[in-house]
Design a protein around this ligand. Sequence first.
Ligand SMILES: Nc1ncnc2c1ncn2[C@@H]1O[C@H](COP(=O)(O)OP(=O)(O)OP(=O)(O)O)[C@@H](O)[C@H]1O
Ligand SMILES: [Mg+2]
Length: 229
Amino acid sequence: MLKVQKINKTYYSTNEKIEALKNASFNISQGEMLAIVGPSGSGKTTLVNIIAGFLLPDSGSVFINDVNLSELSSRERAGMRGNFIGYIAQDYLLIDSDTAYQNIQIPLQYSGKYKKKEHKNQIGQIAKVLGIEKLLHKKTNKLSGGERQRVAIARAIVNNQELILADEPTGALDIDNRNNVVEILRDLQENHNKTVVIITHDLEVANMCDRIIELHGGEIIRDEEIVRT
Ligand SMILES: Nc1ncnc2c1ncn2[C@@H]1O[C@H](COP(=O)(O)OP(=O)(O)OP(=O)(O)O)[C@@H](O)[C@H]1O
Ligand SMILES: [Mg+2]
């Protein structure tokens, strides 16, 4: 479903040239759950931003279901992202003055994949999967950290996006909430046929996935399945 081919990305700042990604290649199949790990500055967020089409590589290509992202206009890329990718940002980026329901509805409003009269039903179904039915009318600044996570995950999948990209979704969490988030993502992969990519510093989180890709200085230095004994 996703092919990353020989991606290079260099940032130029005043007196520095930073090679954030060097010749990175890998494929992801539908239904995989994989972790991208690596030290701070190794290129993880740059890679996810390129997969999500927020950022274009200097060379190389990303194919999503055989569509080359570099050949789309920025508007078409945004459309592709809205329909296909559920992005969970590190700090969740919820709109605190809005209710959980309004936050979850945002991708539906942008994409037009579901008719307006279907929104309530769609949001209700997702809320049920994530156990947040009772929170939908609450403003998100009145929710606990764990509840906010689930609202952010609901927003990332409400449009029936196939690929979930989560950038450090467990970075700021205690162990219980961390395991909870990984379990929710695992459930979406196992029972709802989603493909899940988790960017993480945390090797324990990575080891809960099925495959680990490790970046170092912009290069992929490891790409292997996790063998469970
Ligand atoms: N917009 C930018 N302009 C210049 N340099 C950048 C920019 N974004 C990232 N970089 C640099 O590119 C490298 C890779 O950054 P990136 O954010 O992809 O790393 P990361 O692996 O996600 O790190 P972290 O774990 O700290 O989030 C770093 O050296 C960073 O300083
Ligand atoms: Mg990052």
